[in-house]
Ligand binder design. Structure first.
Ligand SMILES: Nc1ncnc2c1ncn2[C@@H]1O[C@H](COP(=O)(O)OP(=O)(O)OP(=O)(O)O)[C@@H](O)[C@H]1O
Length: 218
């Protein structure tokens, strides 16, 4: 899915969180959003994922205007196309790895009946084969990130939005996550990451950088 944002502005009360942002996120590519702390990376990622309302500008999803999408349209977008790899849309600690993988998490909530073959395949791809029954609480930070990606693979998401997917990971897990995101992009997904990881961002096919001189605007 092509996500084409033009002149986006997000306001919250009297605060302008981001403004004048234009970014094109193409299928088959990883688009990296970078910039200093507080510059608006997470806000932009949330706006692209229809998680927060856009106050000005255009947000075209495969050419269809979504900037003022209804609740129903937003839910359909999440359900049919999108996987979030966000720290706070992470795992449900007391549920199993299997349950966490097949769950429609994030803004949708609720559960979904699992397909055992797809589940095995998704977990194998992220290196969590055989961990189906473990409670998510027993996973390390890196394993939880991989579990979030397993969910995207399970759902064959066309859009993957990842917030700081390599933060606080050791070198080996960082490489694994990057490889997994690349593999999803190579399979045709539109992958967008918000990141402080300049080395990773430098290798992405497309970049949006928030200006270092601009942080929050009153
Ligand atoms: N709910 C909110 N109410 C008011 N201001 C907010 C809210 N959420 C974020 N902001 C402000 O919006 C600006 C952008 O925040 P955002 O989290 O998008 O930045 P970021 O680039 O992701 O930062 P970091 O790298 O530290 O995660 C910040 O100045 C932040 O203080």
């Amino acid at each position: 899915m092509l996500i084409d944002a033009r002149d986006l502005q997000v306001r919250l009360g009297d605060h302008t969180l981001i403004q004048g942002v234009s970014v094109r996120c193409e299928p088959g590519k990883i688009t990296a959003i970078s910039g200093p702390s507080g510059s608006g990376k997470t806000t932009l990622l949330h706006a692209l994922g229809l998680l927060i309302p856009v106050s000005h500008g255009s947000l075209l999803l495969d050419g269809r205007e979504a900037a003022r999408a209804s609740e129903r349209e937003r839910r359909a977008f999440w359900r049919e196309h999108t996987a979030f790899v966000f720290q706070d849309y992470g795992t449900i600690e007391d549920r199993s790895v299997a349950a966490n993988t097949v769950m429609a998490l994030g803004p949708l909530g609720g559960t979904q009946r699992g397909d055992p073959d797809r589940l095995r395949n998704a977990l194998a791809q992220v290196g969590l084969a055989g961990r189906e029954r473990d409670p998510a609480a027993r996973l390390s930070g890196g394993e939880k990130q991989r579990l979030a990606i397993a969910r995207a693979i399970y759902r064959d998401a066309r859009v993957i939005l990842a917030d700081e997917p390599t933060a606080s990971l050791d070198a080996e897990n960082r490489e694994r996550i990057i490889t997994l995101l690349r593999t999803r992009a190579a399979a045709g997904a539109t992958v967008v990451i918000a990141t402080h990881d300049e080395a990773f961002a430098d290798t992405c096919e497309a970049r949006f950088r928030f200006d270092p001189s601009v942080s929050s605007r009153g």
